[in-house]
Design a protein around this ligand. Structure first.
Ligand code: B3K
Ligand code: ZN
Length: 879
């Protein structure tokens, strides 16, 4: 149990800060064993807060206070109160600005939680969002207090030759004892969560960017010396992001310098600190032989995301942490569109929707469901969720759909112009969109406060005499009788049997290229299509126009038809997924009846037709040929049966491979023969489809297929090819498995990110010995519970990407996970709490598994000194 009952924080209790901090002057004296912080604050009473004479409460945790002085006079211990979380001064000037000088020490070496100031390898760096600044010094650690920061770093020249903080370098000098100092000044006011410092032995690459107004910006990426040859792609991505934001949103960078530092120990992907982004190495470092095509894409996406935050997050920030989706939802939407523009729009949408439906839908249907603007939290770090980020992005996307692109950009411009330099709420964003477009978004606002994934039921009646189609749409949220009736954009097109799109119309609805955006605003609403010459085939929710589940019956023949003819790339893919999923579900029933399985012709024919197609976008073709993931299938079952899902899906995969061996082999060869290792979208598409073919062929477990995988592994020119081959080998009965795994380890033991892949490929294997392998990997000399990437690659991969083994009937997977959570809890609560998520979905399983999972959750809650982070997730999921 936690020591004291953790407190819940409510949105409804928000109040303006009593005091504001205008300037912050920080001095860091970085010693080998500790850091000394001297902070000088200028503070005023907040004119917007009517309360007078309130005590000044500065937040601080895990700090050792040395002294405080108010307006230059040192306070005695009776003039302030100190506890584990705050420093309170009862009596401070009300009518004038006053200064407070605080001196304290911190211990970055002991900081395994990686929040505040911590050590990664030999460098010092910070992570302050959401509430890490209070682990550096006493402060008004809340995002609506925005101040101007000046930071001086003093350290040993040999240990810490590079000293960085936000803004521009304004002075530097040498001291006695081999020490030096650097002063940084950030001209933009910012909340303290955007503060950063970095000190260490770092190398950097430098480049320049000329902004649209002709300003020259210096760009620097800092890494450890041995990684300097893996920064070029990150730099190019940064320049692409800067240009994209100018062209798409008219947003220009503001400081003269933009720095990125890559660190090996990081709780998440990256952090948008003003002018000094700190990144997980995973989202910076790439060389064709160490990083996959997907890694390359993700690096560009995350570099873009953090860069875009400069406007959506930094210049305009959140008033309070309940408004997190204001910056995260919008910024994810921006990075999604950026990646879509840089790669394949069709594939990017599919990848994003896939992630949303497998993971966010599960979150939204489980015990931790919350609206994109939550109303209460115990630990804010637990609310950096798929809901706030990914569903938040879908909500912004729906606004664009409802307003149209032009009005959406007018709304964005108005938002930037109105709120630059402010800390605002989601409401301010919607208001700007509404004001710029005159579109009424009052009902739409409910998306911000309604949790759960809506189900939209679709019924159609065709009247041949009137040549009209009535589409009846109704919405509900399972388990919530009083759910708000939402405003849902539903894009629709009608197809004739010959594959052409019908020119039908609905009153008051604009059609663009015969696609109509219906606006569902009632619980149940009829939409009447006129001018419908024959019974149409319905393509609905095109482009996944709203984050909802559709409930409609569509015969397999219609799905196969849409898979051939739909001109909406998302819905064409979706038709194939539905077709395959319904066949897999039929097979699951057959398995339950103990009958023998067979594969329907319609599936083989559909796949054959795709295999024989030529397409300029091979990545898209690969999506069409991919089976729905086990987690996505599980999401659709009332009681998840992991074994049946796995068995049925494998059967489909093997059968397709067996029936279409010739076509699949031909496609493999065609795209493998001239593998050059190049990095352009054509070459990436070839590798994506080729490696999918390899995966199918490996299911056959023939000498030929083993040979094919082994050849690709041995001669790979890129990590994409090497790891795909290794994956196929590890997931089959390939006799070379042990040798390949060993060789891979030998080859890459000095590349941490590649070794992460080596761990996760074994942890997610479906082969029978996986659990034993995972247990021994836990004892491997390269495993380190203090490194979040390593934890995610072993514990995360096993519990989140290996349903069959994680959900083993005897509960060994659950116990393994709970053991790791308990061990992590005292080292790194944030990572521990992320790992608990694999236990939270217990209600979805059979009684025996439910009991086993609950037992482990209870064991976790009853652990001494359980962190707020883990307590919140575990207790809410049991409630
Ligand atoms: N804003 C950070 C996330 C901080 C998470 C704190 N637990 C990265 C991002 O979303 O860009
Ligand atoms: Zn973000």
């Amino acid at each position: 149990m936690p020591e004291a009952k953790p407190q819940t924080i409510y949105l409804k209790n928000y109040h303006e800060p009593e005091y504001l901090i205008e300037t912050v002057d920080l001095n860091f004296i970085l010693e080998a064993e500790y850091a000394r912080v001297v902070s000088r604050l200028t503070i005023t009473h907040n004119p917007d807060n009517k309360a007078r004479n309130a005590a000044l409460v500065l937040l601080g945790e895990e700090l050792t206070l040395i002294s405080i002085a108010l307006n230059g006079v040192t306070l005695t211990t009776s003039q302030y109160k100190l506890n584990d979380e705050s420093l309170t001064i009862a009596d401070v000037p009300q009518n004038t600005t006053f200064t407070l000088a605080i001196e304290n020490t911190i211990n970055p070496k002991a900081n395994s939680a990686l929040e505040g100031l911590f050590v990664s390898n030999d460098m010092l760096c910070t992570q302050c969002e959401a509430q890490g600044f209070r682990k550096i010094t006493y402060f008004l650690d809340r995002p609506d207090v925005m101040a101007r920061f000046t930071t001086t770093l003093i350290a040993d020249k040999t240990l810490y030759p590079v000293l960085l903080s936000n803004g521009n370098k304004v002075a530097q000098g040498e001291l006695i004892d081999n020490r030096h100092w650097v002063t940084w000044e950030d001209p933009f006011k910012k909340p303290c969560y955007l503060f950063a410092l970095v000190a260490g032995q770092l190398e950097c690459i430098e480049d320049h960017f000329t902004t649209m107004s002709g300003r020259d910006i210096t760009l620097k990426i800092f890494v450890e010396a041995h990684d300097i040859d893996k920064c070029a792609h990150a730099m190019q991505s940064l320049k692409n992001s800067m240009r994209w934001d100018e062209v798409t949103y008219g947003r220009e960078y503001d400081l003269d310098l933009y720095m990125i530092v890559a660190v090996g120990h990081f709780n998440m992907g990256a952090m948008e600190n003003k002018g000094l982004n700190v990144f997980n190495t995973k989202f910076v470092l790439a060389r064709p032989d160490t990083a996959t095509d997907m890694d390359y894409e993700h690096i560009e996406g995350v570099i873009g995301h953090e860069y875009f935050h400069n406007w959506t997050g930094n210049r305009i920030t959140c008033r309070d942490w309940f408004q997190l989706s204001l910056k995260e939802g919008f910024t994810v939407f921006r990075d999604q569109e950026f990646t879509a523009d840089q790669t394949s729009k069709a594939v990017k949408r599919i990848d994003d929707v896939n992630a949303l439906r497998t993971r966010q839908f599960a979150e939204d249907a489980g015990p931790l469901a919350h609206p994109i603007r939550p109303e209460a939290y115990i630990e804010i770090n637990n609310f950096y969720t798929l809901t706030v980020y990914e569903k938040g992005a879908e909500v912004v996307r729906m606004i664009r759909t409802l307003l149209g692109t032009e009005n959406f950009h007018k709304g964005a411009d108005l938002y930037f112009q109105r709120h630059d330099g402010q800390a605002v709420t989601c409401e301010h964003f919607v208001q700007a969109m509404e004001d710029a477009s005159n579109k009424d978004l009052s009902q739409f606002r409910r998306w911000y406060s309604q949790a759960g994934t809506p189900v939209v039921k679709v019924e159609q009646t065709y009247d041949a005499a009137k040549q009209s189609l009535t589409l009846t749409l109704s919405q509900s949220i399972p388990g919530q009788k009083n759910a708000a009736v939402l405003h849902i954009p539903v894009k629709v097109a009608l197809f004739s049997e010959d594959g052409t799109i019908m020119d039908a119309s609905v009153v008051d609805t604009v059609a663009i290229n015969n696609e109509l955006t219906l606006e569902l605003r009632e619980q149940t609403q009829d939409f009447i299509f006129e001018n419908v010459p024959g019974t149409p085939i319905l393509s609905i929710l095109r482009g996944f126009s709203a984050p909802v589940k559709l409930q409609m019956s569509q015969p397999l023949t219609e799905l196969a038809f849409l898979l051939r003819h739909d001109n909406d790339s998302f819905n064409r893919w979706e038709a194939g997924q539905k077709l395959t999923a319904s066949i897999i579900f039929e097979l699951i029933d057959t398995i339950k009846q103990g009958k023998s399985l067979s594969i329907p012709e319609i599936l083989i024919d559909s796949f054959k037709a795709i295999l024989e197609q030529t397409s300029p976008d091979l990545s898209y073709l690969a999506c069409l040929l991919s089976l729905p993931a086990e987690n996505y299938l599980a999401e659709q079952m009332p009681v998840v049966d992991v074994e049946a899902i796995h068995h049925a899906r494998q059967f489909v995969k093997r059968s397709l491979a067996a029936h279409l061996t010739e076509q699949i082999s031909a496609l493999y060869l065609q795209n493998h023969q001239q593998e050059t290792g190049e990095l352009n979208s054509a070459a990436i598409g070839k590798r994506r489809i080729k490696n999918l073919c390899l995966d199918y062929l490996s299911q056959l477990n023939t000498d030929d297929s083993h040979q094919l995988a082994h050849n690709q592994f041995a001669n790979a020119k890129t990590m994409t090819d090497q790891i795909a081959a290794l994956g196929s080998i590890v997931n089959s009965e390939n006799p070379e498995k042990q040798a390949c795994l060993q060789q891979f380890y030998q080859q890459w033991q000095d590349e941490a990110l590649v070794i992460d892949k080596w761990f996760s490929i074994q942890a997610s294997s479906t082969q029978p010995d996986t659990f034993t392998v995972v247990q021994s990997l836990l004892r491997h000399s390269a495993f380190d519970l203090k490194n979040p990437n390593r934890v995610r690659s072993l514990v995360g991969a096993f519990s989140q990407a290996n349903p069959v083994h994680y959900h083993a009937k005897n509960g060994q997977g659950y116990q393994f996970l709970a053991d790791q959570v308990i061990a992590l809890n005292s080292l790194n609560p944030q990572v521990a709490s992320r790992m608990v998520s694999a236990l939270t979905q217990w209600r979805r399983f059979d009684k025996q598994r439910q009991d086993l999972m609950k037992q482990q959750l209870e064991r976790i809650i009853n652990t001494d000194n359980i962190s707020k982070d883990v307590f919140e997730i575990a207790s809410k999921s049991l409630a």
